[in-house]
Design a protein around this ligand. Structure first.
Ligand code: BGC
Length: 571
């Protein structure tokens, strides 16, 4: 097969002359407990992040998103916040957070922090007050407390399931020891959902936003952004709750044209009023503060409603992540993403990995690379590591060639796979426990980073301690082993990010190029660069006059091998 005849096809997106940083930024996700540990306790912390910010500058990203570091009992690794205005002692102090933001800004990096508004921790002062105050109190009205059904209130108020497994309701015990009301939690029982019909909740979060904006953060990543408002009356629903179909291991449905129906707990009209209010707050600050929503919503046209001009600035594009490794599906998702976002004037974002999904170097090594299990463990199908890495590098180079804004999850620049053979007794993800182990959960993508191949704990911590063990083969993936090594994944990302900046690819346009190999190869032009991604297992011949700028794997004899992406200059 040959790419000799590349012919111009559909223009899916036109260049963007607007200059706000978030329109074209590459944003690096730091998962603080696993990035770098300064204190030596084996859990990453904010001083550890600050000390390693140079790595991100060397890599060439524009911004950092920090997963939660707030005061928390860590029932869901910090997504259970007990105090939104303080740093958990595990991660440091408020002064450490200030120092991190200051150092990042000195280095020219923006900082986005996580905002978790759907639920608090059950150890939050509000929830403790609600338990103490009893039924009918204003304290309980900040959450969804209900009497149970059945003769003695022994049945949950409705049939909703928790996304982590089991019922979405837990019954409380009154001070005299008798069973009391139930409360709603879409996630773990230690994460009670707030009632966003209550104006006090709105006021509290507006204040939390200002607290962090005043400290100088450049914006927020909004957790479960489609879940805060529930349908009136909390009606029963017989569907299956997952963040998106497929995250529980089944196949993704059609994210492009899908039904958008995720039940009465998701994507309700009222959430948009919240983003409008927050946008007004952000707009009162200088410096283009931005907000990205984690909204697992389909179809893409429905997701784009979160990024209308007076709402959030960006939304994660999980349809791209879910499209797997299949040329026609990716072409369709990419085209539809631009169509939906361009219609509302928002940038399209791209993401392949994060702290909630099996890393793409492992997913793409599975027999079926569109399969997205919630974790991989002993006894499960083990990915083909070599093929997974080769495809992951190709997928990353494809992603970084796309106009818009891209998210890089810590460690993907090293080609890290998941830890796919973690002992179950080391797991911490509540999803593992709440499903009785049926889902392995997300610990495998949260293993501490390898910095130095020869150091104890691979340089993650000064004592060598790591809260989860690192696979032995990660020594060779450590930053110091890859730095300066020709062809390493780290150097591939650096080169791609440098070229992306030099060629202004983030602000560019996308025109598809057609060829006889269109079922196997994605081909498009972004400004002066032609991106070719061969997703199949056959080699294809490159155009004769191509100058190769960068490739995700070795190219020989004018051939683009299977599972390889190349960036070319064509005359
Ligand atoms: C976060 C998860 C978290 C959940 C509940 C998500 O979407 O990314 O890590 O478990 O929200 O807060």
């Amino acid at each position: 097969m040959t790419l000799a005849a590349l012919t111009p096809d559909l223009v899916a997106h036109r260049p963007d002359t607007r200059t706000e940083w978030w329109r074209h930024a590459v944003i690096y996700q730091v998962y603080p407990r696993s990035f770098a540990d300064a204190s030596g306790d084996g859990i990453g912390d904010l001083p550890g992040v600050t000390a390693r910010l140079d790595h991100l500058v060397e890599l060439g990203v524009d911004a950092v998103w920090l997963s939660p570091f707030y005061r928390s009992p860590q029932a869901d690794a910090g997504y259970d916040v007990a105090d939104y205005r303080d740093v958990d002692p595990l991660f440091g102090t408020l002064a450490d957070a200030d120092a991190l933001v200051a150092r990042a800004h000195e280095l020219g990096l923006r900082v986005i922090v996580d905002l978790v508004p759907n639920h608090t921790s059950d150890e939050h002062a509000w929830f403790q007050a609600a338990l103490a105050a009893g039924p009918g109190s204003p304290e309980r009205a900040r959450y969804h407390f209900r009497d149970g059904k059945g003769e003695h209130g022994e049945l949950p108020p409705n049939n909703w399931e928790s996304i982590f497994g089991g019922p979405a309701w837990t019954r409380t015990t009154d001070p005299d020891g008798t069973p009391g009301q139930w409360y709603l939690h879409l996630f773990d029982s230690k994460q009670p959902d707030l009632d966003w019909d209550n104006p006090e909740v709105h006021a509290e979060f507006a204040d939390v936003l200002r607290f962090w904006l005043d400290r100088g953060v450049d914006g927020f990543r909004v957790d479960v952004a489609h879940g805060m408002v529930k349908a009136p009356g909390l009606p029963d629903w017989d569907g299956h709750v997952a963040m998106i179909d497929g995250s529980d291991g089944s196949h993704a449905v059609d994210d492009v044209d899908g039904s958008g129906n995720h039940g009465p707990m998701f994507d309700q009209e009222g959430v948009h009023e919240i983003y409008r209010a927050w946008r007004r707050i952000l707009d009162t600050y200088d410096g283009d503060r931005a907000m990205v929503t984690e909204a697992w919503v389909e179809p893409l046209s429905r997701l784009a409603r979160y990024v209308r001009p007076d709402e959030a600035h960006q939304s994660f594009n999980f349809a791209f992540l879910a499209a797997g490794w299949h040329a026609p599906s990716l072409r369709r998702v990419i085209t539809a993403s631009y169509e939906a976002n361009d219609a509302v004037g928002a940038p399209t974002t791209w993401v392949l990995s994060n702290h909630d999904v099996v890393r793409h170097a492992s997913r793409m090594g599975l027999d079926d690379p569109t399969h997205r299990p919630n974790g991989i463990g002993h006894g499960d199908e083990q990915p083909d590591a070599g093929l997974g890495l080769q495809r992951a590098r190709a997928a990353s180079l494809l992603m970084l060639g796309l106009p818009g804004s891209a998210y890089v999850y810590q460690g993907e620049e090293l080609g890290l796979p998941d830890h796919t053979a973690l002992d179950d007794d080391l797991r911490e993800d509540p999803a593992f426990f709440r499903t009785g182990g049926a889902e392995r959960g997300r610990d495998g993508c949260r293993v501490p980073l390898p910095w130095e191949g020869d150091a104890p704990g691979l340089g993650f911590s000064p004592t060598g301690a790591t809260w989860l063990p690192q696979p032995a083969e990660w020594a060779d993936l450590a930053v110091d082993r890859q730095r300066g090594r020709e062809g390493s994944t780290y150097e591939l990302y650096r080169a791609a990010l440098r070229l992306r900046r030099d060629e202004n690819l983030g602000a560019g346009g996308l025109q598809w190029l057609d060829s006889p190999a269109r079922e196997h190869v994605l081909a498009f032009r972004n400004g002066g660069v032609v991106v070719l991604a061969n997703l199949d297992d056959v080699d294809v011949a490159l155009p004769l006059d191509a100058e190769v700028l960068l490739a995700s794997g070795p190219l020989a004899d004018g051939v683009l091998p299977a599972a390889t992406t190349a960036w070319l200059r064509l005359p």
